[in-house]
Ligand binder design. Structure first.
Ligand code: NAD
Length: 492
């Protein structure tokens, strides 16, 4: 398995600070490996707090000029960046597949999806409108203007190495903010390649800075950003546990926070649903990215009267999924990101079986002539799942579909909402009254109604409860990077 690129210069091993590629101050690196075979194939800068400080300094100095550029000029930078991402999409997809493991077709899809945020916010940059408020007292003019919040720190996970960082950087730059970014330690290279293209697009020095670090350095590096008062916003996608640390530790300087955290998505199949459509929706929502997606259904509730029929149809589809490395055209599920991830999946399946679940397909690691590495897990369907199982409470983050049985709408709504999380929820029904009733009752930031593919750059993505706050994409996504300033003008 080799990584061949049209532009090998997209692979970087340093930090990018103030327009310069540079080694970490300590001149240290950490290894990046390929999840398909566990082999180290690149190095990335192992930064420290000193590098994190340099990045803030650069972003802080660059902020004044960047925010004062006409919106059209900022938009044009994003338009050029978008074009370069599309022009280099095959290389970006290959780098992503190599470090993250996802099949190439999915990586290509992610490049297009991530690029769509850059395109969207290039346009939204032109629409940061304020308001004129009708005067309450004669002679006073009341106006509202939108201003960029300032330096933004962006911290992203490994599951979508391009889309997650693009959908933070693009709105920040569109709003007139400058950025310091840290991608996940497992997947730094896609983000670094994206920054190579941002530099080529003419985004000025200091406006976009990126540093990398190994997992054991991450608290030191991000810790600097959390406590420095020049950083005005933290935008984070990752686990709820880390999100809570960031909320706590940034409190001393009261920063804006956008937290896109973990989910525990319910997927409900009512008795009046189109079962074939529900199976297809579940396949798209559950098995994309090998089930390593925060909006993946984690608990699939199926009405008693259609339970067996749905389980049969689903099992037929799931057992035909092809598991293999990114570079095979027929691979649909790649390796899991690392051994910690696969241990958790295995643990959830074992626990479910001990608590009464039955296995219809999958349920174990795969190692064969095609899936040769240690991190492959067979796509799995479990029936007779119940709420005593770990997988009912904790995201499995893998290709495991547990089916719970329900008998009434009220019962299933209570069960679906009985979680601290509230990112996405899905249901399938052909009864229009039920559609409105259930949509209203779902305690999630996103509801898929007879639809499994919900993400779009034009729509607000984000959660409620312990899935976090803030929205990405759409006009709401730009608002999160702006302060509202009220101007009150008396008689001149
Ligand atoms: P993670 O929280 O462990 O890591 C995310 C990022 O935080 C990484 O860059 C990591 O280096 C950094 N980080 C880790 N510990 C930190 C610390 N103590 N201080 C500061 N930064 C720290 O999550 P992960 O394992 O990379 O990703 C999986 C999780 O992310 C899942 O729970 C998933 O649901 C969630 N996720 C959410 C969304 C969403 O949009 N809501 C999208 C993707 C993933």
């Amino acid at each position: 398995m080799t990584l061949t690129l049209t532009r090998p210069d997209l692979i970087r091993s340093g930090n990018f600070i103030n327009g310069q590629w540079q080694n970490s101050k300590k001149n240290e690196q950490y290894p990046v490996s390929n999840p398909a075979n566990g082999l180290v194939f690149a190095q990335a800068a192992n930064s420290t707090a000193d590098d994190a400080k340099l990045a803030i300094e650069a972003a802080y100095v660059a902020f004044e000029d960047w925010r004062n550029l006409p919106a059209k000029a900022r938009s044009q930078c994003l338009i050029r960046w978008h074009k370069l991402i599309l022009d280099n999409s095959e290389d970006l997809a290959r780098i992503m597949s190599f470090e993250q493991g996802k099949p190439l077709a999915e990586a290509r899809g992610e490049v297009a999806y991530g690029a769509s945020y850059v395109d969207w916010f290039a346009s939204e940059a032109l629409r940061t409108y304020g308001d004129i408020i009708p005067e309450a007292v004669q002679g006073k003019k009341l106006m509202v203007v939108k201003e960029p919040v300032g330096v933004v720190a962006a911290i992203t996970p490994w599951n979508f190495p391009l889309a997650m960082i693009a959908r933070k950087i693009a709105p920040a730059l569109a709003a007139g903010c400058t950025v310091v970014a840290k991608p996940a330690e497992d997947t730094p290279l896609t983000a670094l390649a994206l920054v190579v293209l941002a530099e080529e697009a003419g985004i000025p020095a200091g406006v976009l800075n990126i540093i990398t670090s190994s997992r054991d350095r991450v608290s030191d590096v991000v810790g600097v950003w959390l406590t420095d008062s020049r950083v005005r916003k933290i935008t984070f996608t990752g686990s709820t546990a880390v999100g809570k640390i960031l909320a706590r530790e940034s409190a001393s300087t009261l920063k804006h926070l956008s937290l896109e955290l973990g989910g525990n998505a319910p997927f409900i199949v009512f008795e009046d649903a189109d079962l074939d459509a529900a199976v297809e929706g579940l396949m798209a929502a559950k098995f994309r990215n090998g089930g390593q997606t925060c909006v993946c259904p984690n608990r699939i509730y199926v009405h008693d009267s259609v339970y067996d029929a749905f389980a049969d149809k689903l099992t037929e589809r799931v057992s035909s999924l092809k598991v293999g490395p990114w570079d095979r055209d027929d691979s649909q599920i790649g390796p899991m990101i690392n051994d910690r991830a696969i241990d958790k999946i295995q643990q959830h399946v074992q626990d479910a079986l001990q608590h009464g679940a039955k296995l219809l397909t999958g349920g174990e690691r795969i190692q064969n002539a095609i899936a040769t590495g240690p991190n492959y897990f067979a796509p799995t369907v479990l029936i007779d799942a119940n709420h005593n199982m770990q997988l009912a409470h904790d995201e499995t983050f893998g290709p495991v579909a547990p089916l719970f049985r329900f008998r009434s709408e009220q019962e299933v709504i209570e069960a679906a909402n009985n979680t601290p999380f509230g990112l996405a929820g899905y249901f399938y029904s052909n009864d229009i009254k039920r559609v409105w009733r259930v949509s209203n009752k779902m305690q999630t930031g996103i509801v898929g109604i007879n639809e499994g593919a919900i993400a779009s750059e034009t729509a607000p993505f984000g959660g409620v409860k312990e899935s976090g706050y803030g929205r990405e994409g759409s006009r709401y996504g730009l608002d999160d990077y702006m302060d509202t300033k009220y101007l009150c003008q008396g008689n001149l």
